[in-house]
Write a protein that binds this ligand. Structure first.
Ligand SMILES: N[C@@H](CCC(=O)N[C@@H](CS)C(=O)NCC(=O)O)C(=O)O
Length: 205
């Protein structure tokens, strides 16, 4: 398998899952700052110009964080990255989707790419403010979901990998103060050996 990633991007959560699984894989850096996602050698693999992109052993390409995480969990069932029961699985997908589709795609996207949300540069600060509010609301929801628990749904699951990357962005890139349960979850994630290996590999230590 080959993961196409960018250091500190949302692909870090899939990188963590690959390390948790422990099977051999290759990690290929795509430099988003230099526009590597728009170059033909990348777009010929993923025309969406996004990481994470996973090239599987049969050469087929899988994109979109939730799909990649779900496929990795189902094809490595012994690693228990999804609960066994349908209700638990639905809860994992519910939390995973909220982290990716709401906190990342609505909240952080406004903070990182305000110019995509307004044609008027003078309005960009307002867009960022709205993005920050969305992130804060998202973290408050996840904080409640974590009350009295180490991980979102039972044991560590694919949902925690997604919560990890948005918490990481909030605390380490945007200097936000995470609510207590999210801050403790981020610390718990950073203490996992798989996460520490990824931080080192992506040069984020
Ligand atoms: N919906 C996609 C979003 C992926 C995404 O937004 N990736 C960002 C990095 S965090 C990216 O590749 N951005 C490059 C760009 O937009 O040019 C997913 O779930 O995988």
């Amino acid at each position: 398998m080959k993961l196409m990633y960018s250091p500190g991007a949302c692909s870090i959560g899939i990188h963590v899952l690959l390390e948790e699984i422990g099977k051999p894989y290759e990690a290929q850096l795509v430099n988003l700052r230099e526009g590597g996602q728009f170059k033909p050698d990348f777009t010929s693999v993923n025309p969406k110009s996004k990481v994470p992109t996973l090239v599987r052993d049969d050469g087929s390409v899988l994109t979109e964080y939730p799909a990649i995480a779900y496929w990795l969990a189902r094809t490595n069932a012994d690693k228990k990255l999804l609960p066994d029961d349908v209700d638990g699985q639905a809860r994992v997908l519910e939390a995973l989707d909220y982290c990716v589709s709401t906190i990342h795609m609505h909240g952080f996207s406004r903070l990182f790419r305000a110019s995509n949300y307004t044609p008027n540069p003078a309005d960009e600060d307002k867009v960022k403010e709205r993005g920050k509010e969305m992130c804060e609301k998202g973290f408050a929801v996840m904080d409640k979901a974590l009350a009295g628990k180490d991980y979102l749904v039972g044991a560590f699951s694919i949902a925690d990998s997604a919560l990890f990357y948005v918490e990481f962005w909030g605390a380490k890139r945007m200097n936000m103060t995470l609510p207590a349960n999210c801050a403790a979850h981020l610390d718990r994630m950073l203490a996992r050996p798989a996460v520490q290996r990824v931080m080192q590999q992506e040069g984020l230590n």
